[in-house]
Design a protein around this ligand. Structure first.
Ligand code: CMP
Length: 136
């Protein structure tokens, strides 16, 4: 059964010219792009997107970073798209948790600047897709 997930190429990925690399890996995996937009997130969207982290010590810097410049928001679709993209991304900590061959394992060094975001569950995907692409 097909499902949708929200992918963000975060501001570090856009600034480093890695948008094409991320999209290429999504497409090579066999997943489909349903919607894609370059935009700079405002504080409102950023706070809602990361609501579950609002009590974490890094929340402030997370908001500052995610709103710091353009990012690419993508709706990705396919069989088990949520897990499939998380496999492509690798673990949150790009050194300790992301294996070589994953996006974070290949291209990132710091947990904050970990290149991409992917929804982590069907519930998160539904919430995040509504937040970023309300008209879809
Ligand atoms: P993401 O998958 O977008 O979900 C939450 C984000 O918080 C995560 O990727 C990281 O970018 C960030 N994050 C998680 N842990 C830390 C940390 N210890 N310090 C800074 N940022 C973090």
């Amino acid at each position: 059964m097909s499902e949708r997930t929200l992918v963000l190429v975060k501001p570090d990925g856009v600034a480093r010219g890695l948008v094409g690399e991320v999209i290429s890996r999504i497409e090579r995996k066999g997943l489909k792009l349903v919607a894609l937009e370059l935009r700079t997130a405002g504080n409102g969207v950023a706070e809602e997107h990361y609501a579950e982290h609002k009590d974490k010590s890094f929340f402030g810097e997370l908001l500052e970073f995610i709103t710091s410049g353009p990012l690419v928001a993508i709706v990705v679709e396919g069989p088990r798209a949520i897990a499939a993209f998380r496999q492509l991304a690798g673990g949150t900590d790009p050194v300790e948790k992301a294996a070589p061959g994953t996006l974070r394992g290949d291209f990132a060094l710091e947990t904050q600047f970990n290149l991409v975001h992917g929804s982590d569950s069907p519930e998160s995907a539904e919430r995040e897709l509504k937040l970023w692409f309300p008209d879809l």
